[in-house]
Ligand binder design. Structure first.
Ligand SMILES: Nc1ncnc2c1ncn2[C@@H]1O[C@H](COP(=O)(O)OP(=O)(O)OP(=O)(O)O)[C@@H](O)[C@H]1O
Length: 762
């Protein structure tokens, strides 16, 4: 059978000829294609091979977007391309389709090695491109690989030699090009740089130059971005030859617009609010609480702020599922969060710019920028996470009075004019007391708050645009208070001599003037009289474990997270612990020492073997087992009869106890059930006055009660409809309800958490 199916040489030759003819014809159609005359609407109108067309239609990509219509034919004709198109307009396919076509037309096989290299600035974006490639290229026979760091280089190196299309981040790609025996780029046909200007912003210029230096000059190069900058033009000059500039700014739905139009989609509603820095967290918390049914991304300027806000808001339970994502998390956690965020419908993700560009999140309702982005381009990329591919979306940016005018004018140069939103005073609620109390109870949270404070100050200091970011005008004390801190942490700034050279500090608030008191090394002088706050006293009262662990944290600063604080650190002169107030203890200074000291096993071993004693009614101690006088024992009967008697007595005691236990458990269950239904009824009455009974109850916040409620509901028919009418009041649109709003059936655990949290909140 197998023999029958096998082709002979002649047949194989015939097939190859046929395929060559097909490719020749494709190439001819491609060269004859004139984008101006033949304005294709569908992918099938373009000169694409059948396998790519099949892959596209299997992934439901049928109609072209404008950037695809404009750039694919030009790329197919072999030109270098510099393309800019709005966020969410379909740039990924605009370069993946030509990559697949090119390799197909070159009849690329696994033995030809690396044929195309796609570089992306972030791991998340690289993974996303890889996923799209795997879908669209499903009918092609190329191998594809992803190298993004966070994985074992050796593992990657061993597999890399057989890869035809490699996607990765700049650093990791260069690492492989430099050291991998297997990676040979000498045959490379195509280089793609996605979010090329972001690669440059992130300081990858040298890495990119080094990568390009490793590649053959005869390759084709495509640069894609949603924004065009001067540095991008420089890169284009260096790495592209005789390139076509495709600068269409278009909407995701494929409608083309002129260059005079803004770089953001028309379907995106953009707003700004004028808010002082110390009020930002109050506003953010209120915003989240009034948009519980939304999917939103909240952008902050550093991972430490993300971490702090995530941890504290989580404790304050705004009523929606919260997530956080920043570059210092482990890759597995980042991937996991992204995956959950993509699938959830009602969720709030706190993030840094690690997800600002390129990541395709479906159906994001709101992008909230708590911290002002470094420039208008970053603004465009951040808001571009919403309103993708012609869908609707909203964006809100919080601007401080110092940032407002200059930043709005930066946006105006890009034809972006967000609308001003006023904050309803009735909706504003201060969360400072809650934050203060959280920080008071938990030294770790206080530590996070200090780090968040410093990283914010640092982020302002390092900004290039000094008209927007006025370091000297930061209300440091009020800002620290708004994070729940008793005062602004003292900070040590290295290399800040320029600041001490007065002019800039002339009008600075007192706290910032302290920064001027630096020594020749640029460090702040020690404070002579440290002020002890109530928090410091609290540290003194903490037990040994908490103290030693926390003490390690605040004194050592050796964690990976702290690397970036090299030039600004908490100067804890005001947190010196008074030795007399501390319990007698030795805090081990090495990690191993600390571990050993806390080890139960080690301390038990040090005490020797214990002896168990019992106490009689008079309070005298005896060993547990004492031998009785033999004569006394024999007087009470034979050993066998005594044993039987003993067993009977103990069995009676046990069975009596058993009966009592059962009775007690029964009564407790009864009471719990009563308490459970009373609690639910009460909450229901509170939430929906006047209505009869709830349609959806997912939890009460009390595990015991939940268990009872679940027991009861288990007996009922499970909900079948995807949408249910509920009489819960909508936090988003209180006026709409008529006592009835739609409740989406939760799709993921996060949705379920959000819904449950909302119900708990009432
Ligand atoms: N031709 C098409 N038909 C249908 N959907 C498409 C098409 N092209 C792209 N999309 C969808 O549009 C969304 C945005 O596409 P993509 O991520 O490529 O945008 P982008 O221009 O790269 O955005 P950004 O600048 O933010 O990276 C994706 O969900 C993608 O699946």
């Amino acid at each position: 059978m197998a023999k029958k199916n096998r082709m002979n040489t002649a047949q194989r030759k015939q097939l190859r000829n046929k395929e060559n003819e097909y490719i020749e014809e494709l190439n001819k159609r491609t060269q004859e294609y004139d984008p101006k005359l033949q304005r294709a609407t569908f992918f099938k109108d373009l000169p694409l091979c059948r396998n790519v067309l099949k892959g596209l239609s299997a992934s439901a990509f049928v109609k072209l977007t404008a950037i695809q219509r404009e750039s694919i034919p030009v790329s197919l004709q072999g030109h270098d391309v510099l393309a800019a198109a709005k966020t969410g307009s379909g740039k990924t396919l605009a370069f993946l389709v030509p990559v697949l076509e090119k390799l197909y037309r070159e009849r690329w096989t696994e033995f030809d090695g690396l044929g195309a290299l796609i570089i992306s600035p972030t791991r998340e974006l690289a993974m996303q491109i890889y996923e799209v490639l795997v879908k669209v290229g499903s009918q092609c026979s190329f191998s594809a690989g992803l190298v993004i760091g966070g994985k074992d280089v050796k593992y990657e190196s061993e597999r890399i030699s057989k890869i035809n299309i490699l996607i990765g981040t700049p650093g990791r790609i260069l690492q492989h090009l430099d050291q991998a025996v297997g990676l040979n780029a000498s045959n490379l046909q195509m280089l793609v740089l996605d979010e090329a200007d972001r690669c440059l912003d992130m300081g990858f210029k040298k890495t990119l130059d080094a990568i390009v230096g490793n590649l053959p000059p005869m390759r084709q190069t495509l640069l894609f971005s949603a924004t065009q900058s001067a540095s991008l033009a420089d890169l284009a000059r260096l790495s592209l030859t005789d390139y076509k500039n495709i600068g269409t700014l278009e909407t995701g739905s494929g409608q083309q617009v002129g260059a005079a139009n803004p770089a953001t989609p028309d379907t995106l509603q953009q707003y700004y609010i004028d808010v002082s820095l110390p009020d930002k967290l109050d506003i953010l918390f209120s915003f989240i609480k009034s948009h519980l049914k939304s999917k939103m991304i909240v952008f902050l300027s550093s991972g430490k702020q993300v971490h702090f806000i995530y941890e504290t808001f989580r404790k304050m339970q705004p009523g929606i599922s919260l997530m956080h994502l920043h570059g210092r998390q482990k890759q597995t956690a980042r991937t996991d969060t992204l995956d959950k965020f993509v699938r959830a419908q009602q969720v709030c993700l706190f993030a840094t710019d690690v997800v600002a560009r390129g990541i395709d999140f479906p159906a994001v309702d709101w992008v909230v920028q708590v911290d002002c982005p470094e420039d208008a381009d970053t603004y465009i990329h951040r808001v571009g996470r919403s309103a993708r591919y012609g869908k609707k979306g909203k964006a809100l940016i919080m601007l401080t009075p110092q940032e407002m005018d200059p930043f709005l004018s930066r946006l105006k140069t890009k034809k972006i004019e967000p609308e001003k939103l006023n904050i309803k005073q009735s909706k504003k609620k201060s969360i400072k007391p809650q934050l203060q109390s959280l920080l008071f109870k938990d030294p770790e949270l206080k530590y996070l708050a200090q780090k968040a404070f410093i990283s914010y100050i640092r982020s302002i200091y390092v900004q290039k645009d000094k008209e927007v970011f006025k370091f000297n005008e930061i209300p440091t004390e009020e800002f620290a208070n708004s994070l729940g801190l008793p005062g602004a942490p003292k900070i040590k700034i290295k290399g800040m001599k320029a600041i001490t050279r007065a002019k800039e500090l002339k009008n600075s608030p007192r706290s910032l003037l302290n920064l001027a008191k630096t020594n020749e090394m640029g460090e702040l002088e020690e404070e002579s009289k440290p002020v002890r706050t109530k928090y410091d006293k609290m540290f003194g009262r903490k037990n040994q474990t908490v103290l030693s662990e926390h003490y390690m944290n605040i004194t050592k600063h050796q964690t990976a997270e702290d690397d970036e604080d090299d030039f600004m650190t908490v100067k804890r002169t005001n947190h010196i612990l008074n030795e007399q107030e501390l319990p007698q203890l030795v805090v081990p200074t090495s990690k191993r020492g600390q571990k050993k000291a806390l080890s139960k096993k080690a301390s038990l071993a040090a005490k020797g073997n214990p002896t168990k004693m019992v106490f009689d009614d008079d309070g005298n101690s005896h060993p547990v087992y004492e031998l009785e006088d033999e004569e006394d024992f024999q007087m009470r009967g034979s050993a066998e009869s005594q044993k039987r008697e003993f067993l009977k007595k103990e069995t009676d005691v046990l069975s009596k106890g058993d009966k009592i236990d059962k009775q007690v458990a029964k009564e407790r269950d009864k009471k719990r059930r009563e308490r459970g239904s009373k609690h639910l009824e009460e909450r229901w009455r509170r939430t929906c006055p006047g209505s009869e009974e709830p349609a959806v109850i997912l939890g009460t916040g009390d595990l015991d009660l939940d268990m009872n409620a679940a027991d009861e509901s288990d007996r009922e028919e499970p909900a079948r409809k995807s949408r249910k009418k509920s009489n819960f009041k909508s936090a988003e649109s209180p006026e709409e309800d008529n006592n009835a709003i739609e409740v989406e059936e939760p799709q993921t655990l996060e949705d379920l958490e959000s819904l449950t949290a909302r119900l708990i909140q009432g």
